[in-house]
Design a binder for this molecule. Structure first.
Ligand SMILES: [Zn+2]
Length: 332
């Protein structure tokens, strides 16, 4: 790492809660091509290029979302670049195979990889965070995240309270040290942009949603990167046996519903019809987060009912087996 990124990185602050200070030393300005220089990288062009493709490593062109925010992911997995004169933040990196595609998209837009100062993520699963180790090597960026996310990143292995543990453990990730542990509500301050982390533990223990404001002239928008909120699990996992997880899911869904909701982006584009919305112009929708959470709450309620039914059926089978054994004993 050259002296320039080190100096600039030192000038950045990741502050807990509301105590935010801006960079002390702005350092040399990062290259900021701006939306005009990349006018052809539109959301509609990205949506068209990804039509019929949703593979995690299916290459996609980058796209300008709004202001300082760019889509740099693949057709199947979102990665975002939030740019600023004092360096950039990368949000998620996809599967390891996607990392070179993400890096190429950053460069296609005219940004320098060495100007990426922070990497953060949505949740600690290999399809979103598996490429973070590679992106860290390519950029020299530091990594920030909430404690449950950082714990998994440190070992590369899933948390044992993760409903998808049995499947995730087959896909260990490259281990990554988190340089800054954030509390829910903490902000990353970078050259006038503040990214707020909100722990939304619906999909996984470390699920984190990110919100920030970005302006084009006087027109400002909130960008809301709401994490995954699906409550899928490995085959033999019953939510009814894990009440702590059920409570965490409810907290996560509730917080997602209440996020400052502007332009909604999600780790899996398909989870929020992102490409269809891109084709239509990607307008801010203040009620989109509540609707996104409401649909997931409905699916979670159905899943819990299914678990309860299965539990009752299993208990019935056990009772019948005990009954039959006792009857056999009496008849002996
Ligand atoms: Zn996941």
């Amino acid at each position: 790492m050259s002296a320039k990124p080190i100096l600039a990185a030192l000038a950045l602050t990741v502050a807990a809660c509301s105590a935010i200070t801006g960079p002390v030393d702005a350092g040399p300005a990062a290259v900021l091509p701006g939306p005009q220089a990349n006018a052809h990288y539109t959301p509609a062009a990205l949506a068209a290029a990804c039509q019929g493709k949703d593979g995690w490593a299916d290459p996609a062109p980058p796209a300008h979302i709004y202001g300082n925010t760019w889509y740099v992911g693949t057709c199947g997995i979102t990665a975002l670049l939030v740019t600023g004169p004092q360096g950039h933040v990368l949000v998620d990196a996809g599967v390891p195979e996607a990392a070179p595609l993400v890096a190429a998209n950053v460069e296609k837009l005219g940004f320098a990889l060495r100007d990426v100062r922070w990497i953060v993520g949505g949740h600690e699963h290999f399809d979103h965070a598996g490429g973070i180790g590679e992106m860290q090597r390519l950029t020299g960026a530091r990594v920030a995240g909430i404690a449950p996310w950082a714990k998994v990143m440190a070992t590369g292995l899933p948390d044992d309270s993760d409903p998808q543990y049995d499947d995730l453990v087959k896909h260990p990730m490259e281990r990554v040290k988190t340089d800054r542990i954030l509390a829910s509500g903490a902000k990353i301050a970078l050259g006038g942009t503040l990214l707020t982390a909100t722990a939304t533990p619906a999909h996984s223990p470390g699920s984190t949603s990110w919100t920030w404001k970005t302006c084009e002239g006087q027109e400002c928008r909130t960008i809301t990167y709401a994490d995954s909120i699906s409550t899928i699990s490995s085959e033999n996992y019953w939510f009814s046996l894990h009440q702590d997880r059920v409570a965490a899911v409810r907290v996560g869904l509730d917080r997602v519903a209440k996020l400052d909701c502007g332009i909604l982006l999600t780790p899996h584009p398909s989870a929020s019809d992102l490409f269809a919305r891109m084709s239509a112009g990607l307008a801010p929708a203040p009620t989109a987060c509540a609707a996104y959470a409401q649909a997931a709450s409905q699916r979670f309620a159905e899943r819990l009912a299914k678990d309860e039914k299965l539990k009752a059926a299993t208990q019935q089978t056990i009772f019948e087996a005990i009954g039959a054994a006792e009857k056999a004993k009496k008849n002996r």
